[in-house]
Design a protein around this ligand. Structure first.
Ligand SMILES: Cc1cc2nc3c(=O)[nH]c(=O)nc-3n(C[C@H](O)[C@H](O)[C@H](O)COP(=O)(O)OP(=O)(O)OC[C@H]3O[C@@H](n4cnc5c(N)ncnc54)[C@H](O)[C@@H]3O)c2cc1C
Length: 496
């Protein structure tokens, strides 16, 4: 029988993106914290964020305007209380990041603000086009200086330990063996699920583990059909990998054109190329399906090489000079608006289990997230969650007697082709345009595949495939439960 070492902590935080790091710093003021991540510390969606973080801090702006923009982008599906909390606390969140060493671009000794799609005002703080990287570097530097945060890299969460008294921590896999982390409170900050789709801006780690863990533990998942597809990604080397072209490019004047140099958004929305993401994605997708080639034309952006060094250099390596040539684009899965249902303090329906950041769903993004609200969400709800935990007396709960542990002898059983198959099924049937019959068939295919997976293993790849299938199935269920076109996707009537 497999045995496991037991480690105890006040707070177990799973994930080292912006939500997990902010929560760890705040929690460490009062508790011992164990912070784990499945690969290396920096690897997260946060690290790749380019555009920036939204906050209404200029004189002409206000939290009310930011609130209105968020609701408009969310197509009437937002939780207004969550949006109010987000927008009112944005300035405090920025101050929190600055206090912890994060630096943003400045102009004339003031924080520089950029504009992005569907924002009435310029309110995006960034560090050129590598905002996520800067945030992660600064917060990690801070974290490393805090003694009561114990960091564990390459530690995968296999399952949550739950009984009638709530969550008691998690079963982890480290060095190919199980490890029990007994925690008074457990916080899921596991990020997104983009890897469920063939084309995604998300890195390899984004396999929806947190959603699957929460679902298996008995949490409610909500709004799982709302997936944001980013309209402007650049396909790399004829493979399925894509590189994101930040919305701030359009904020600085880039436009969407077809092969005849004709702007494609002018007749679609008054904000033209700066229309909300869902509207732009659908139009790009529609035109590509008509065999048009669509491009992002950045030629009018002055000093693009200095303002967007990361994007400029990446495209240069791929033989595109943004100063002289429009760049071919395709939409790709980008952000998961649904997730583990929580209240405004990150609380799930299981005691002592919290979820924050992209894995959580407070309803703040509704059916379509406003650009640059996600990094902000990570900070605001992490801080709110820790304040909730502070207001509670910590339970002295004991571990359940029997905790199922994965077998460390089991070898990898699934292949990359198996994973590609899942991604292909989801992209074809549950992408921007969906048909009910296709979704039903996709669900059947996923159900067949999940029978070939198993969770009694320490093999991470096999566990990730299982998680992807669970999330895919939840997406299908959600689409079929509410088969209407809303926000990020469109339901097409079945072809007859
Ligand atoms: C290319 C790109 C550009 C973006 N640009 C912007 C932007 O400009 N502005 C904006 O607001 N948003 C942007 N977003 C979205 C935003 O980056 C994410 O939504 C946000 O960073 C999510 O933060 P998070 O802390 O919730 O999760 P993440 O940053 O994804 O972190 C998740 C963490 O959980 C860990 N983890 C996952 N599963 C497990 C497991 N089973 N066991 C242990 N650890 C696990 C991961 O290793 C990782 O450390 C962008 C996203 C991408 C992909």
């Amino acid at each position: 029988m497999t045995k496991a070492e037991i480690k105890s902590t006040d707070i177990l935080i799973i994930g080292t993106g912006i939500a997990g790091l902010v929560a760890a710093i705040e929690a460490s003021k009062h508790y011992n914290v164990t912070l784990i991540t499945k690969t290396i510390l920096k690897e997260s969606n946060t690290y790749y964020a380019q555009g920036g973080i939204a906050a209404a801090i200029s004189k002409q702006d206000s939290p009310k305007k930011h609130y209105e923009d968020t609701l408009n982008a969310g197509h009437g599906h937002c939780n207004k209380k969550a949006v109010e909390l987000l927008t009112k606390n944005a300035s405090k969140a920025i101050q929190h990041l600055l206090n912890n060493g994060v630096q943003f671009n400045q102009k004339n000794n003031e924080l520089h603000l950029s504009k992005e799609g569907a924002h009435q005002e310029a309110r995006i703080l960034n560090d050129k086009d590598r905002t996520g990287k800067s945030i992660i570097h600064a917060l990690l530097q801070k974290i490393r200086s805090i003694k009561n945060i114990s960091i564990k890299e390459n530690t995968f969460t296999h399952s949550l330990i739950v009984d009638k008294n709530g969550c008691h921590g998690a079963v982890l896999i480290s060095n190919n063996a199980p490890l029990i982390c007994h925690a008074s409170h457990t916080i899921l900050a596991t990020g997104g699920s983009g890897q469920i789709f063939k084309y995604t801006s998300n890195p390899e780690i984004a396999t929806g583990d947190g959603l699957a863990l929460a679902k298996k533990a008995g949490c409610t998942l909500t709004d799982c059909e709302f997936i944001q597809f980013h309209p402007t990604t650049f396909p790399l080397n004829n493979s399925t990998s894509v590189f994101l072209l930040s919305e701030t490019l359009r904020g600085e004047g880039a436009t969407l054109i077809n092969q005849d140099n004709i702007p494609i958004m002018d007749s679609i929305h008054p904000l033209r190329s700066l229309a909300p993401r869902d509207i732009v994605s659908k139009e790009v997708y529609r035109q590509l399906s008509l065999n048009q080639n669509i491009f992002l034309d950045c030629r009018s952006i002055p000093h693009i090489q200095e303002t967007f060094p990361n994007i400029f250099q990446t495209l240069k390596k791929n033989n595109i000079d943004l100063q002289t040539s429009p760049c071919p684009i395709t939409p790709a899965a980008h952000y998961f608006m649904g997730g583990v249902k929580t209240n405004l303090h990150g609380k799930t329906n299981i005691d002592h289990l919290y979820a924050i950041g992209e894995v959580a769903c407070t309803g703040v993004h509704g059916a379509n997230r406003l650009a640059s609200n996600s990094l902000l969400e990570g900070v605001v709800f992490a801080l709110n969650t820790i304040s909730d935990i502070r207001n509670k007396t910590s339970p002295s709960h004991t571990l359940p007697k029997h905790i199922p542990l994965p077998d460390k002898q089991t070898k990898q059983q699934l292949s990359q082709t198996f994973k590609n198959n899942i991604q292909e099924i989801m992209w074809k049937n549950c992408g921007i345009i969906r048909e009910k019959n296709q979704v039903i068939n996709a669900q059947k295919e996923l159900n067949t595949l999940i029978k070939q997976t198993h969770t009694n293993t320490c093999n991470i790849f096999d566990l990730e495939c299982h998680n992807l299938l669970m999330v895919g199935s939840e997406i299908c269920k959600a689409i079929l439960k509410r088969p209407i076109s809303l926000g990020s996707h469109q339901i097409r009537r079945n072809a007859t």
